[in-house]
Each structure stands twice: as structure tokens, then as C-alpha cells.
Design a protein around this ligand. Structure first.
Ligand code: C2O
Ligand code: CU
Length: 502
């Protein structure tokens, strides 16, 4: 019997579907943070056996070693699942903690039998250190880039970026968090005890084959089982105080509409590239693949021993949001599609010494780029060549030899991304952190008003961002921009740009 159709899985879905109201429809209701699904499925979910959340080990300093290995992990009874992990992990890798201003050196050794790369997602660095498709690491080889940490304190990540193998290597489990600290952020009263009140969470889903291996077919956009830090049905104990979660959506295509049971409000404190100027209070948070948000939840009034759940309120997402498709199987179906499902179970314990119990009123003094700051404008269209053909930018499939855009050093540019298509995407650009300045579907929500490197773009939506391309030029080595849905990226929805002196 396959895990896909085991009784356990079917009953889990029934439990999820058997409760709750009918979703209000419409984009506005979905992403403005309003609730449309208020029932509590905690009692039904309690029947599912919970497993402890894995907290990735932390490495700090200036000189880092990452060793990528093929390994395996026990997800189900019977055969282990072949996986990839760094530094002895059976899934994912250690969290690298960097200090802004330090010069770091990364030594990445590839112990796989296939070529990989190590990309530092969100990091402002020279293109030759970026770890994109142009910096392959052959089996047995070590790659050792070094650069100055210039980004603000926030949550970033590393992952393979080998052209046409990104989806597979990510699905196998290769990736890890990068946490950058800086003095300004350190002066803010935010939780920062790693694993205690400051918890990294990488979410993704997997489909399993009958032999318990991950289904690695390129045609599979969604998994049936949610993994929280590589754990199915994960639970974690958190003290009764302010808790920070650093959340990464590492799905192939699925968006998450994140919230807590009982519509508990929470605060977004950081976007992809830094703290927000002030916390944004929400009850729902949309996240597309590749995006990171840091949130804080106030548990200081919870009783010890009580529990709560972080959920993806994905039932009723507009069509085009990854995972909104109704199908339960097949390439664009999954048991989690268009349903509300638990992402993480939490149990409350006694507060720690020095607990933080209130949300700071202000966090940063970012001066984000405005539309009027831009002196150069570009339009990039998401296209394809007819039904069933891969997505492309401006009608051209990705080529490692093509330079699609040339940017002049120190220019503030406005890039307008037009999605003329029937499906949503997740747009990401390397080298810079940008400000979103307009969305054709409505105002930019407060929680997106910070430095970003990745954003959701729905069908027919037009989104403009503004960025300054500073510090690094190279007349031959490009950076990438692409859809962070890794199957789209591998399929050609990627372009290259140079930052040049003249
Ligand atoms: Cu997360 Cu081009 O990368
Ligand atoms: Cu896409």
C-alpha cells in the first residue's frame, strides 16, 4: 500500500475537511489578513501522533564548512527515505549565523555523485560568490567563496541552484538557514534565544513512493505530507512569552496562508531582508515559495500545558495561488490542496528567565525606495508558448549563455513584472533587496513594506519593485532572476542580468 492512499492519510484529510465553514471567496478577503475559516480542528488533529520538531544545529563564526551528503531518514515504518543533508543532518543543514560587517568564508564540499551549487539566497555579494548555475561544485570538489556580510539582520537561506536540478536537490532536503545579526536589530527587545523563543521553521511538502522514497518527478508540484524542519506532524514546546518564528516557505509551488487557531493575532516583524519599521498585526500571512517572514506571537497569557496550532488556511485561496487546485492526486493535485491543514503543534511551558512579554512599538528606520526614485524602468513578462509549454520570461527560455538585462552600477531601477498568465508565481531576484511599490490587485499590505527579495504574483497581476544595484560589477558573470517555484525555474522561467560599470 502506498503512503498516498494509506488509511492514515485519507482519514487525516477527512478530519481536516470535516470541520469548518465555507470559505469566503475573492482575493481581497484572502490576502488582506481577514479570516474566512474560523473553526477549530485541534480536537480532530489530536488523534494524529506528534513528533518533536527538529531544530537545526547552529554554527557561528567567520569560517564555515558545509559538507553535502546523500543520506536517509526514517519518515515511515519500513524503508528509510533517501535524503540529502549537510554536515551529518539527515535532512536540511545547520543554521549559519553571520554578523553584519564580518568577512565570511564558506567551504562547501560536495559528497554527492551529482554536481550541485550553494546559493546564498537574499545575500548582496559579488556574482562570482553567488552560487548560481555558473558556480558548479563537481562531485568531490570544494568551493570556497568569501565576501563581506552587508545585509541587514534577517533570515536568509542557502540552497542548491544547479540548473535543471534545483527542484530535485531541494526536494531531497538540501538547504539551510542563514541568520544575520546586526547592532541595530540587537538593540530591539525581540526574542533571540535560538530554538527556545526564536525558532526557525522551514516548511515544505512531499509525495512518497511505495518504497517510501520521495517522488522526485519533475511533474509533481505538491506533496501530500507537510514537513516542518523535515518532520511530519511536528510539535514543539514553547515558553509562555513572546515567541519569534523565522518562517521559510521551501515548497515547490505551494503558497501558505498562515495563521493560528482561534484567529489569534500575531505580528510580522521582519520581511526577507530586514526588520519592518514597526510590527504589522495580522491574523493571516501569505507566503510564496522562497519568501521568509519573521513573526512574533504573544503567548505570555497562555496557561502552562495548553496547546495551539499554526495552520495553513489554504482552503479558499484564489485560483492561481499554488495549492489552490482542488485535485487530490496527479501532478497538480495533493492531499493538502485547497484545504486548511496544521503546520506545527505547540505546547506551552513555563516562561524562561528574562522572558520578553511585549511587542516593541518600533523596530527599524528603513527608508524604502519609492517609485519616483527610479531612474531606469524595465518590464519583464511571464509568458509561455501555449498550453502545456514551460513558462518563460519575455518569450525566451533560460539560457546560461544569454544576458537578458544589463544594469548600470548604482542605478535605482523599477522593475515591473507582468503575469499575463493563468497561474501564480513567486518572483525572486539575486544581489539586491528591493521595495515593492505597487500591486495592480490592491495596496501593498503593511507586512510587505520592508526589504524583500521574493514576492507572490497572482494571475493577471502586475507588480513593480524598486532596487538599487550597488557595490558589485562584473562584465561576464551574471546574477539570476527567476520564479522560485523550482519546477518553473528548472523549466526555464529564469533570466540573467549583469551589473556593469558602463
Ligand atoms: Cu533561492 Cu535563485 O534562489
Ligand atoms: Cu512560476
Amino acid at each position: 500500500m502506498t503512503p498516498e492512499n494509506s488509511p492514515k492519510t485519507i482519514s487525516r484529510r477527512k478530519m481536516m475537511l470535516g470541520v469548518g465553514g465555507v470559505a469566503a471567496t475573492g482575493l481581497g478577503a484572502w490576502w488582506s489578513g481577514r479570516s474566512f475559516f474560523s473553526s477549530d480542528v485541534a480536537s480532530a488533529e489530536a488523534a494524529v501522533s506528534l513528533r518533536p520538531l527538529m531544530i537545526p544545529p547552529l554554527i557561528e563564526g567567520k569560517n564555515f564548512h558545509l559538507n553535502l551528503n546523500a543520506t536517509s531518514r526514517q519518515f515511515f515504518n519500513g524503508s528509510k527515505t533517501p535524503t540529502y543533508g549537510y554536515n551529518g543532518q539527515t535532512f536540511w543543514g545547520p543554521t549559519l549565523r553571520w554578523k553584519k560587517g564580518d568577512v565570511v568564508k564558506l567551504n562547501v564540499t560536495n559528497h554527492l555523485s551529482e554536481t550541485t551549487t550553494a546559493h546564498w539566497h537574499g545575500i548582496h555579494l559579488p556574482s562570482t560568490a553567488d552560487g548560481g548555475p555558473h558556480q558548479p561544485i563537481a562531485p568531490g570538489a570544494t568551493w570556497s567563496p568569501s565576501f563581506k556580510v552587508m545585509n541587514d539582520a534577517a533570515t536568509y537561506w542557502y540552497h542548491p541552484h544547479m540548473h535543471q536540478s534545483t527542484q530535485k536537490q531541494l526536494t531531497m532536503g538540501a538547504g539551510g538557514f542563514i541568520i544575520i545579526d546586526d547592532e541595530s536589530a540587537a538593540s530591539k527587545k525581540l526574542p533571540r534565544n535560538y530554538g527556545i523563543d526564536d525558532i526557525p521553521l522551514v516548511f515544505s511538502s512531499r509525495r512518497f513512493k511505495t518504497n517510501n522514497a520521495f517522488n522526485l518527478s519533475k511533474d509533481i508540484a505538491y506533496g501530500d505530507y507537510l514537513l516542518a524542519n523535515g518532520v511530519i506532524n511536528a510539535t514543539h514546546t514553547v515558553p509562555a512569552q513572546l515567541i519569534r518564528f523565522r518562517i521559510l516557505n521551501a515548497e515547490v509551488e505551494r503558497y501558505y496562508n498562515i495563521g493560528f487557531d482561534n484567529n489569534r493575532p500575531f505580528y510580522v516583524v521582519a520581511t526577507d531582508g530586514g526588520l519592518l519599521n514597526k510590527p504589522a498585526r495580522v491574523t493571516r500571512l501569505r507566503m510564496a515559495p522562497g519568501e521568509r517572514y519573521e513573526i512574533v506571537v504573544d503567548l505570555s497569557h497562555e496557561s502552562v500545558g495548553s496547546s495551539l496550532e499554526m495552520k495553513a488556511y489554504n482552503q479558499g485561496m484564489p485560483f492561481g495561488a499554488g495549492g489552490s487546485e482542488p485535485a487530490m492526486s496527479g501532478p497538480f493535485g495533493s492531499l493538502l490542496n485547497n484545504t486548511t491543514f496544521t503546520m506545527l503543534n505547540l505546547t506551552v511551558s513555563a516562561p524562561t528567565a528574562g522572558a520578553i512579554t511585549s511587542v516593541p512599538a518600533t523596530l527599524a528606520a528603513n527608508v524604502l525606495w519609492k517609485n519616483s526614485d527610479a531612474t531606469r524602468r524595465r518590464v519583464v513578462k511571464i509568458t509561455d508558448n501555449g498550453p502545456g509549454t514551460p513558462f518563460t520570461f519575455d518569450g525566451k527560455a533560460y539560457s546560461m549563455m544569454a544576458i537578458n538585462q544589463r544594469v548600470l552600477l548604482n542605478t535605482v531601477e523599477a522593475w515591473t513584472i507582468k503575469n499575463d498568465h493563468v497561474f501564480g508565481h513567486s518572483f525572486h531576484i539575486h544581489d539586491v533587496q528591493f521595495a515593492l511599490v505597487s500591486r495592480s490587485t490592491g495596496p501593498i499590505p503593511e507586512y510587505e513594506k520592508g526589504w524583500k527579495d521574493t514576492f507572490a504574483i497572482l494571475p493577471d497581476e502586475v507588480v513593480t519593485f524598486v532596487a538599487k544595484f550597488a557595490d558589485y560589477t562584473n562584465s561576464t558573470h551574471p546574477y539570476m532572476y527567476h520564479c522560485h517555484m523550482s519546477n518553473h525555474e528548472d523549466g526555464g522561467l529564469m533570466g540573467q542580468f549583469l551589473v556593469v560599470k558602463n
